[in-house]
Every structure is written in C-alpha cells, then in structure tokens.
Design a protein. Structure first.
Ligand SMILES: [Zn+2]
Length: 501
C-alpha cells in the first residue's frame, strides 16, 4: 500500500469523471442531439475540456508522479498501479512539453479548421482549406519537435504516440513489403473484377429488417447488450464510458445492406475489446484498448478474417436469406461470399475493399512522411495525392472532394494515425494465423460457436487494457513480434483463390 498513491487517486477519479461526461456529450452530438445544438453545447465542452486538462496537468500531480516513480515507492505499488503510473508519466511528459498558450491557440485553430474543411469538401475547393492546413501542419511539427528524442525522426514522434514501439523504419519496411507483393495482385484482380456478380446487393433492402439482422449479428459475435447499446449515426463508431457501458453505432442504406452488416461486425469487434477489459482497471488511465492499431486489429479480425469468410456464414446465411427472401432466395452461399469480397480499385478509403484498402493508407503514410520531412507544402498536396492514386491503384480523382479532402483526419490535426488502420489489418492476420494453430477455428465458425474465439482473445489481449503494448501482447500470445508476412500471405491466398488467378 502506498500512501502517495492514495493521494493521486482523487485526481484520477476527477479526471475520469470529466472524461465520462465528455464522452457522453460527444456520443450524444453524433447520435441524438439536434443539428443546431453543437454550436452551443461546444461551449460547455470547451469548458469541461479545460477542467479535464487541469485535473491532470498541475503541480500537485506532477510532484506525486515524480515521487511515485522512485524505486522505494514503486516497490509499494501493485502491478496495475505501476502500469497506471507509467502510463500517466508518458502522457504527462507529452502534454507538459507543450506550452499551455500554444496548446490553447492550437485548440482554437482546430475548432475553426473543421468547418473550413467541411465547406471545402462540400464545394470541392481545396484552396480555401490549404492555408489552414498549413497552419495545422506547422503546429503539429512544432509539437512533435518538443517531444522528439535523440535519434528519432520527427515523424517517429506522432507514430509512436499512436503505436508505441513503431517508427518510420518499421513502417517503411511494412509498406515496402506490401507494395512489392500486392501491387501485381491488385492489377490482376482489377482485370478480373467483372467475374464476380454483386448486383443482388444493390436492390432494396428494408431498413427495419437490416436493423434487426444487425442486432442479431452483434449478439452472435458476443456483444453483451447488458453492457452496451447500438445507436445510429452518419458514420459508424465505437465509444465507451467504461467496460460496462460500450456504445456502437451503425448507419443504414437501403441499397447497400453489406455496409451495415460489416459495420456492425467491425464496431462489434471494437466493442468486444472494451467490454473485455478487466474490472480491476476499468475507469483508470489503463482501462482501455492499448492502441489504435491493436483496436483496429480486433475490429478487422471480426469484420474481415472471420466475417468475410465462408465458414462464418455457413451456419447463418439461411437466416439472412429468410430475412430477405426476394433479394437472396436465388443467391447461393458461395455467391454471397464472393460478392462481399469483391475487390477493385476505387477512390474512397472508407469504401475500399480488403485488398485495396492498405494502398489508401500507404498513400497517406507516404504523404505524411513528406510533410514531416518538410519536402512538401500544403498547396502541393493535391497533385502528389492524385499522382500516387494513379501509380498504386490505377485510378485518379477528378475532384479534390473525392481526393485529398475526403478524410477529416488532417483537419483535426491527426497525423500518424492513418498507419494504424493498415497495421490493424496486419496484426489481425497474424492473430488469425496464430488462432488456427491453437484451436479448430474453422470448425468453431461452421458450428456457429464463436465463444472460444472471444474467450481466447479476452485472455490474451482484451483484459489487459493498456497494461501491455501491442508488441508485448503479440510477443506473449504468438511468441513473435509484429510480422507483416502473415498479412501478405493471407491476402495473396484469399484473392488468388477467389479470382482463380
Ligand atoms: Zn475501426
């Protein structure tokens, strides 16, 4: 027992309480709040965010953390408490390195930037956003420089923030392997894209029936409705107050039932992670998924590795056919499986298939790298963007709306975030491979028995929250560090068979 830790506890509790309030407000803004609410509610959010910042970043907490980091005090802490202090120290150093007045000015800039980006996207007018983006870039680079360690590249700083232990060197190797192995595959698949029939997915699918089928799917993969809810929003997402309140959203379109089906499995994968965090650490700084990459691995594992496999649908496809008899009665399980895996190059990342998806991420990674190396200005971005789409995917956006302006990430200052999406898929493939060596995975899927899969992931990943990072989780579970080769062979095998290449 540490008396000093007891003094830290009220600070953590207050921070967490404010965090719960902010999460609720943000969830409400995306789901239930009326359109005009945001302008007014955001004033309250701004004030609470300030309180949230001050609850953790202050002299008292700083002093306590310093004392708790000594060898003598560390000996008195439990494993969880040690992990919490370590995590706080890291966050603290990141935040404290930025002068408060610069941080505040940056927050004001970001608040203005979002609507500017939104208008630019709607009007296909990149020039109206470019100067704001240049300012965001300049702040992001400045903040990264404050936290840059010796031997680190500037872009390593945001990369490491999102995924501890990852850097330009690892990601360069990862993307170069992808580029070499998958570019020819993408080209071959594009040539044979017509071979798979998808028209039955574009008919009218009643939204109420979609909604109840998606609810069934969430339950089927293990989502606990006593500790979670499903709401609706423009873009599906997952958020959580703690491990007993995990919220996912979905979005329904009449002529794209596959969007809602795979969204609920994807967000469900995120939710299983958060619902699976151990009770002992929930509502603490380590009581959430360890990183973006690991989180995306869980959602993509369920969405793609399981959800887009033939065995996953074997026990439940007839149920989908019964829900939509006029659309699917004449469509076989195999035809359905092929259609939901249909691949071809396209312009929009969020609508991309499993095979071409990592190329969208690679393009953003290469551009962010140039931004942090200072070899490109905001004004030059659209041309480089278009040229890379042409080169890797063989398609070129005719407007910036479908090009450089499509994602909000840079408008909210998120640099270093995109690679997590591709890392997530690669980690998922590594886990998928591993699971097949420790359990009869295919058979479980064919029997509709998904519980052992969830239990295994819970034991080896979910319950730890942030107490272990991605590399540690992978090493302890699969006995090797991150290895992108599994991802490359997974995609190669799957698409070679699917398109008879
Ligand atoms: Zn996700």
């Amino acid at each position: 027992m540490s008396a000093l830790y007891d003094q830290l506890k009220p600070h953590l509790d207050k921070t967490y309480a404010l965090n719960v309030a902010l999460t609720m407000l943000s969830f409400d803004n995306s789901t239930a709040a009326p359109k005009e609410a945001i302008e007014y509610t955001s004033k309250a959010i701004g004030l609470l965010s300030g309180e949230h910042y001050n609850a953790l970043i202050n002299e008292e907490v700083k002093h306590l953390l310093e004392q708790l980091s000594t060898e003598q005090e560390q000996a008195l802490l439990s494993l969880e408490e040690k992990a919490i202090v370590k995590n706080l120290n890291k966050e603290y150093k990141l935040m404290a390195a930025i002068p408060p007045e610069e941080f505040q000015a940056y927050q004001i800039l970001l608040a203005k930037a979002y609507p500017i980006w939104e208008a630019a996207k709607n009007n296909n007018d990149y020039d109206s956003f470019s100067p704001t983006l240049e300012e965001i870039i300049s702040y992001s680079k400045k903040f990264a420089a404050y936290n840059q360690k010796e031997g680190q590249k500037l872009y390593d700083v945001p990369l490491n923030d999102f995924e501890e232990g990852f850097n330009v060197e690892i990601l360069d190797e990862f993307f170069s392997k992808l580029r070499t192995a998958l570019t020819p595959l993408v080209h071959k698949v594009n040539e044979k894209s017509e071979a798979i029939q998808t028209d039955f997915l574009h008919q009218d699918y009643n939204i109420d029936i979609q909604r109840s089928f998606c609810r069934f799917l969430a339950e089927y993969i293990g989502f606990d409705f006593n500790r979670g809810v499903i709401a609706e929003s423009e873009h599906p997402f997952t958020t959580n107050l703690h491990n007993h309140d995990v919220r996912i959203t979905n979005h329904f379109q009449k002529n794209r039932p596959d969007f809602a089906i795979f969204s609920v499995i994807h967000e469900g994968g995120h939710a299983l992670y958060e619902q699976g965090v151990d009770d002992a650490i929930t509502m603490t700084p380590i009581g959430q998924g360890t990183s973006m990459g690991m989180h995306e691995s869980q959602s993509r594992f369920y969405e793609n590795n399981l959800g887009r496999s033939l065995s996953f649908w074997t026990p439940i496809y007839s149920r989908l056919q019964e829900a939509f008899p006029s659309q699917l009665k004449a469509v076989s399980l195999k035809q359905f499986y092929q259609a939901v895996n249909h691949a071809h190059s396209s312009l929009i990342r969020t609508e991309a298939d499993e095979l071409t998806y990592p190329f969208h991420v690679m393009i953003r990674y290469e551009i962010e790298k140039m931004i942090f190396e200072g070899t490109i200005t905001a004004a030059e971005l659209p041309a480089v963007w278009n040229q890379k789409y042409q080169e890797y995917l063989g398609v070129c956006p005719s407007t910036d709306t479908e090009g450089i302006l499509q994602d909000m990430h840079w408008a909210v200052g998120s640099f270093g975030y995109f690679p997590s999406y591709a890392l997530g898929s690669a980690i998922a493939a590594q886990i998928f491979h591993h699971l097949k060596t420790v359990m009869p995975l295919e058979r479980y899927l064919e029997e509709g028995n998904l519980k052992p899969i969830q239990t295994y992931l819970n034991q080896h990943i979910h319950r730890f929250g942030k107490a272990k990072n991605t590399q540690e989780l992978l090493q302890d579970m699969t006995k090797e560090p991150f290895n992108p080769d599994y991802y490359i062979s997974y995609l190669t095998d799957k698409y070679t068979a699917l398109y008879h290449l």
